[in-house]
Design a protein around this ligand. Sequence first.
Ligand code: PRT
Length: 124
Amino acid sequence: MATNNPGELLAQLAAVIEQRKQADPGSSYVAQLFAKGRSKIAQKVGEEGVEVALAAVSGDNVAIVSEMADLWFHSMVLLADAGLSHQAVLDELGERFGLSGLEEKASRPQSIKSGASKTGNHKN
Ligand SMILES: N=c1c2ncn([C@@H]3O[C@H](COP(=O)(O)OP(=O)(O)OP(=O)(O)O)[C@@H](O)[C@H]3O)c2ncn1[C@@H]1O[C@H](COP(=O)(O)O)[C@@H](O)[C@H]1O
C-alpha cells in the first residue's frame, strides 16, 4: 500500500526500483530497463518528456498527469541507474527555492548567457 506522503512515496518507489537491480527481467519492467541499459532508460525519459509536451499542447489535463507520472517514474529509474538519489534532485530544488529564474539568469557570466556553456543552475 502506497503512502500519501509525497516524500515517503518517492522513497518507497526508489527502494523498489533499487531492488529490481537484482530482479528477473522476465518478471519486472524495471529489471528489463536495467538489463537494456542506460541508452534505453534515457530513451524512455526522452519519449515520456515528449509525451508530456504533446499532452500539454492538446490541453488534456488527464493525459498531462498520466504522462508526467510516466516521466517521473522513468526519471527515477535513470537516477537509480546512475547511482543517484531522488533526494539529490529535491535538494537541488530546495537550494533554488526562492531564487528567481530571471535573476539567476541575469547573474550568469556572459559566456553562459549566450549559450557557450550549459553549466548554469537553471537550464531555461
Ligand atoms: N510507476 C511505475 C510505472 N509507470 C509506468 N510504468 C510502465 O512503463 C512502461 C512504459 O510505458 P509505454 O507506454 O512507453 O510502454 P511501451 O510502449 O510498452 O514501452 P517500450 O516497449 O516501447 O519500451 C509501461 O510498461 C508501464 O506499465 C511503470 N512500471 C512500474 N512502475 C513502478 O515500479 C514498480 C516496479 O515495477 P516492476 O519492475 O515492473 O515490478 C511498480 O510496482 C510501480 O510502483
